[in-house]
Structure formats: structure tokens, C-alpha cells
Design a protein around this ligand. Structure first.
Ligand code: PEP
Length: 254
């Protein structure tokens, strides 16, 4: 049984006082979210300490948006896995499309980052997704397969089973254009099928697959209802406690 995960990617937003206030709002409402769902906040590095302090023993998890592939050394501005663990992080994003586009993170670099996260005891959330041009050219499956192959290759089944994958079509991120539940489910089924072929059905059935791309409280229920969608990676809507919690509780009647 895969526990749904609702993760809030704050990107490069908020100062400490704002972050504390938002975190308090999330913690205050977390009790209304069904117990079988995990909540996760992914603030920028500068806010991890403050947010972690507010989260305390609330059960809401803490994670970071990126990490360096080495654990320490002469890498000015780098932030390593052990440093994130030291701040109380449990999760870390790897390969967000904004990292690929604006910071030039390549498949080879992301492979090293994923390995570094695992060695530091962090739980990576590896992000994949096609651009609009790639989708329109009928290349979606090739792109997803390549992004998985170059970064996940050689991963032991146990590590793979513990991994979270986020399907984030680039055309849906920050655009207000959410993928329909059908389009998202099709991609998730493709990803789970690819994992099954490489690592077997049992591993594939354990991997958590999140959808990300302009998720709102209104669109969340339809997405979370699909069999291969195990949660959401939320950008814009995670910057307000009310909308983040609305997504986290969406469609949870059962
Ligand atoms: C994201 O940052 O991963 C994301 C999906 O952003 P948004 O929800 O704003 O599209």
C-alpha cells in the first residue's frame, strides 16, 4: 500500500518570518488531513532551520529542493546531503525541471546527486517530465524513458522501491495548465510499467509516483483518485496554507 504524499515546493520564495507563519498554518491544519497521507514541505535552504523548528514533532516532513553530489569539499555555495540531514531533512528533490533549465543540471550530474542523497540517508524525489514541444512531437515516452535511464540506472531494487518519482510535465509547471487526470495517469502508468520491466512488479508497486504541474485544490481530487497517482508535488499553491491543505485533503472521503 502506497501512502499518498503531498509535497510543497516553495521554490525561491519567502523570508523567515513569512516561512514561520506559513509553516504554523500548515501544522495547525495538518490534523484535518487524512492520517494515511504524508505532508512534506520543501523550503529553500535558508529557511530549512526555521521551518524545521516550527514543524517540531507535528509529523509534517521536511525536505530540500536540491543537493550537491559530494558530501563536503571545495564547492563554493554547494549544500551537501549530510548538511541537509543535519538540518532535519528527510527528503530532497532531484532533477526539478527548473534545475535542469536554469542551472544546467544534466542527467550525469543528477545521477550523482541521486546517489549522494541515498548515501546521506535522504529520500530522493526524482522529477521527470517532457516539454510541450516534446509532447507535441510525440516524444513524451522517449523523454521519460531517457530521464529515468540516465539517472536511475544501476539502482539496487531496495533503493528503487524506496524512491519517489514526480511526473511534472514542463508545460504544466507554473502555467496554470494542469494535466488532465487521464493524461497524468497515462504517464504514471507508463513510468510504473518501465520500472516494472527493469526492477520487477513488486518494486514497481512500491514506488510512489507524484504528479506535479499547477495542482490546485479544485484539480487535486480528480488526480489523486487515479490508481497510479500517489500524491502531488505542489509549487504555487503550496505558498498558502489553505490551498496546500485543500490539496492535501482533496477527495479523501473514504
Ligand atoms: C513545482 O514546482 O514542482 C510545480 C509543480 O509548480 P506549480 O504547482 O506552481 O506548477
Amino acid at each position: 500500500v502506497r501512502r499518498p504524499l503531498i509535497a510543497g515546493n516553495w521554490k525561491m520564495n519567502l523570508l523567515r518570518a513569512e516561512a514561520r507563519q506559513l509553516t504554523r498554518g500548515v501544522v495547525a491544519g495538518a490534523g484535518r488531513v487524512p492520517r494515511d497521507r504524508d505532508l512534506l514541505l520543501l523550503p529553500p535552504f535558508t529557511l530549512l532551520d526555521a521551518v524545521g523548528g516550527e514543524l517540531g514533532s507535528s509529523g509534517v516532513r521536511l525536505g530540500a529542493q536540491d543537493l550537491h553530489w559530494e558530501s563536503a569539499g571545495a564547492y563554493t555555495s554547494g549544500v551537501s546531503g549530510p548538511m541537509l540531514r543535519d538540518l532535519g531533512c528527510e527528503f530532497v528533490l532531484v532533477g526539478h525541471s527548473e534545475r535542469r533549465t536554469h542551472f544546467g543540471d544534466t542527467g550525469a550530474a543528477l545521477h550523482r546527486k541521486l546517489r549522494a542523497a541515498l548515501s546521506a540517508g535522504l529520500r530522493p524525489i526524482y522529477c521527470v517530465g517532457e516539454s510541450l514541444e516534446e509532447r507535441e512531437a510525440g516524444r513524451t515516452w522517449v523523454v521519460l524513458r531517457t530521464q529515468c535511464d540516465e539517472v536511475l540506472r544501476g539502482l539496487a531494487p531496495q533503493a528503487m522501491a524506496g524512491l519517489t518519482l514526480a511526473y511534472e510535465p514542463v508545460w504544466a509547471i507554473g502555467t496554470g495548465r494542469t494535466a488532465t487526470p487521464e493524461v497524468a495517469q497515462e504517464a504514471h502508468a507508463f513510468l510504473r510499467g518501465s520500472i516494472a520491466r527493469e526492477w520487477g512488479d513488486s518494486v514497481a508497486s512500491e514506488v510512489r509516483l507524484l504528479y506535479g504541474g499547477s495542482v490546485t485544490p479544485e484539480s487535486a481530487a480528480g488526480l489523486l483518485d487515479r490508481p497510479d497517482i500517489d500524491g502531488a508535488l505542489v509549487g504555487g499553491a503550496s505558498l498558502r496554507a489553505e490551498s496546500f491543505l485543500g490539496i492535501a485533503g482533496a477527495g479523501a472521503s473514504a
